[in-house]
Ligand binder design. Structure first.
Ligand SMILES: [Zn+2]
Length: 428
């Protein structure tokens, strides 16, 4: 039965994709057809049994497919309805677990003091003498020079890290399917169609006052971990696996998990490099590495705090129970709440003022801002906990199994965790 269900869902989901493409090209939807598609998705979902705690791969797949169909249907329905997007709608459309939102404030409270101390430490230890200038990549001669310079470094990293990962884990070999190049775009990205990992030149190169070009090794490692080991591997491992269609296609509903996976590998790459002096040497960063690592850890703690503070601020800004966002009394309440956990005294007023015009006429905070909360979801951390509970360690064969589980398929956060639980139990 499930072959048939997977086949029918593939057809349906491809139809929904076509709708999305049509919508972005013509700014209109074929409203009748879209309505029929919503009905077909909910209809198919109702034929699929759902399991609260699935215990086999088959049950995990069926439960996830049902969840996806219902999710895609309500997403499309919301897009077409003309209704406003309130906070709960945006959070549930992305499947962001409420438990991950609820822990933001207590986490900030318990980490504030140590993070403030970390800033003082960073000032004592970091070298801010040599002034780094941004690259004017709009100037053709600078751009050509920077492109060549960045390409050499990116390729070196791609090759050496690829070799290292092949030793560490089975999925490492998949990095060979990927091209790594520099881009003048500000944001680094992975392009699934061409299998190209593009790293932003401006993010990894800088120029000093003597006009010589340099690489920010720490940023290159971070980006390679996130975009390469995370997004790119996630994509190539997924398409190589003969999974049902719905798991090979990423949408708003799976973005939350995808980012959690990329964030995990971003940090893992630093750990892997630290444990391999040979690779450090090949990259020419052996003499710098401990410093890079220590700085990365301090900066990582600081970034983590800033990100969670921003996420908490979003929940405060969006909280309608605090009153009308246009009312100065509400504004003051919001500033006071954020002030209790801020590091930078100017932050509370700034964020409240900068988002002043980001509310709709019913007082809902803009859905683009609320959807930034996808970065607070922790499905990977919970999945790793399942493996630890089963006695699997992140090394050798255990690591290969865990990497394969984390990188195979595009899942909703809940489906991802249920799948990891099944895979982890196989290790017992
Ligand atoms: Zn990402």
């Amino acid at each position: 039965m499930s072959e048939d269900i997977f086949g029918r869902s593939e057809k349906l989901l491809k139809g929904v994709e076509r709708l999305g493409k049509f919508g972005s090209r013509f700014n209109y939807y074929p409203y009748k057809e879209a309505g029929r598609m919503i009905d077909r998705m909910t209809g198919l979902a109702s034929e699929i049994p759902s399991f609260d705690s699935p215990t086999t791969n088959e049950e995990v797949l069926q439960t996830e497919l049902k969840r996806r169909l219902i999710g895609e249907a309500s997403y499309l329905e919301q897009v077409l309805s003309g209704r406003r997007y309130d906070f709960d709608t945006v959070v549930s459309l992305h499947g962001i677990p409420f438990e991950d939102i609820a822990v933001l404030r207590p986490w900030l409270e318990s980490h504030k003091d140590e993070t403030l101390e970390g800033i003082e430490r960073l000032f004592q230890t970091s070298d801010i003498e040599s002034f780094e200038l941004g690259l004017p990549v709009d100037i053709p001669s600078v751009r050509r020079q920077a492109e060549e310079f960045a390409a050499v470094h990116i390729q070196k990293y791609h090759k050496r890290i690829g070799r290292l990962l092949e030793e560490l884990t089975e999925v490492g070999g998949f990095l060979r399917d990927i091209d790594a190049v520099p881009t003048t775009e500000a944001r680094s990205y992975f392009h699934p169609l061409t299998k190209t990992l593009a790293i932003g030149i401006a993010a990894i190169c800088y120029i000093t006052e003597d006009e010589s070009l340099h690489i920010r090794e720490r940023d290159l490692i971070t980006l390679y971990g996130h975009e390469g080991m995370g997004h790119a591997l996630n994509d190539v491992v997924t398409v190589s696996n003969g999974l049902p269609y719905f798991l090979t296609h990423s949408t708003s509903l799976t973005k939350t998990t995808k980012e959690s996976v990329a964030q995990f590998y971003e940090k893992q790459l630093f750990k892997d490099l630290r444990a391999s002096p040979e690779t450090q040497k090949a990259l020419g960063i052996q003499h710098l590495f401990e410093e890079i690592y220590k700085e990365a850890t301090d900066i990582d703690n600081l970034n983590k705090y800033s990100l969670r503070l921003y996420q908490y601020a979003i929940t405060v800004l969006a909280n309608k129970e605090l009153g009308d966002p246009k009312d100065p009394v509400t504004t003051k309440k919001k500033i006071d709440l954020i002030r209790e956990v801020t590091l930078d005294p100017t932050y509370p007023v700034n964020i409240v003022d900068h988002t002043r015009d980001k509310f709709d006429s019913e007082g809902n905070l803009s859905p683009q801002i609320v959807s930034e909360l996808i970065y607070c979801a922790q499905p990977v951390q919970r999945a790793l906990q399942e493996f630890r509970n089963s006695g699997s360690h992140y090394e050798g064969e255990g690591r290969s199994r865990i990497d394969r589980t984390l990188l195979t398929g595009f899942w909703t956060p809940l489906g991802f965790e249920q799948n990891a639980l099944i895979e982890a139990r196989k290790d017992k």
